[in-house]
Ligand binder design. Structure first.
Ligand SMILES: Nc1nc2c(ncn2[C@@H]2O[C@H](COP(=O)(O)OP(=O)(O)OP(=O)(O)O)[C@@H](O)[C@H]2O)c(=O)[nH]1
Ligand SMILES: [Mg+2]
Length: 234
């Protein structure tokens, strides 16, 4: 066996492909952003949020078959499909290592470039990535999970700006809303939509890319987006 042939055998043995004709979720997440964001505005840094939104939109456009994405905090989830038509190809043929490495490196490069519009020094943010199949019937639930996670984090981050760690110890989200009221604050009206709901990017019925922070963490609203975005012809 020739050297190249033998070496390629090693490479191919761990080359995993995701299941065709099943949606793929890709999630990129900032590495150690707790530290990276230490000088950012608290509780919410709107330049950071805008940078995430612009970068994710770029990555969305790069991903073949990307139908919908959701951004919250330092993470973004994308759903990709490969069944618009019978002969539609998945992104990198659903090669998992390619999907994970290219999504992480694209997000990393684009994010640092976009952030450089606000910073004097070059930045070295990095994103990890994971990719996995989710049944079609669970796609809306996957996004609901991430949106609910942000809802909890957003209320907590807003409360942390007014109360100490000790004061918030063991407090529920409902307790935090009540505590904020006592200081004349209202999470539901004080902060912009993107800080409350996160941001969805999706293809509408005509295939045009749209961005919205109006979608609340409710199954019906998210499923409606997915219904519009998902392939018609399976
Ligand atoms: N100041 C500020 N920080 C933010 C903002 N959005 C997100 N962050 C920070 O980003 C972190 C993201 O959390 P995680 O992804 O769970 O934690 P991480 O530190 O990135 O760790 P790994 O993802 O495990 O590498 C939050 O804990 C916040 O500290 C923001 O608008 N302003
Ligand atoms: Mg992170």
């Amino acid at each position: 066996m020739k050297l190249a042939e033998r070496m390629k055998k090693y490479e191919y043995i761990t080359r995993d492909h995701l299941m065709p004709r099943i949606p793929v979720i890709v999630r990129v997440d900032g590495k150690a952003f707790h530290t990276f964001t230490k000088n950012f505005d608290r509780p919410f840094d709107y330049r950071f949020m805008d940078t995430m939104a612009t970068s994710v939109l770029e990555v969305f456009k790069e991903m073949q078959g990307c139908k919908m994405a959701y951004i919250q905090s330092d993470e973004a989830s994308f759903v990709l499909t490969d069944y618009d038509q019978l002969d539609t190809q998945g992104w990198f043929d659903y090669n998992q290592q390619k999907i994970v490495s290219i999504s992480a490196s694209t997000m990393t490069a684009v994010f640092n470039y976009q952030l450089s519009k606000y910073t004097e020094e070059p930045t070295c943010a990095r994103f990890d990535s994971r990719a996995f199949n989710v049944p079609e019937a669970e796609v809306a639930n996957y996004f609901l999970w991430r949106a609910q996670d942000w809802h909890r984090n957003s209320v907590t981050m807003y409360a942390q700006a007014s109360f100490s760690h000790k004061e918030l110890h063991k407090k529920t989200i409902s307790d935090m809303h009540d505590m904020l009221y006592t200081r004349g604050k209202n999470w539901a009206t004080d902060i912009p939509l993107r800080a409350r709901n996160g941001t969805f990017i999706y293809r509408d019925a005509s295939g045009v890319i749209q961005t919205s922070s109006l979608i609340q963490p409710q199954y019906v609203a998210i499923d409606k987006l997915w219904e519009q975005a998902r392939p018609r012809e399976v």
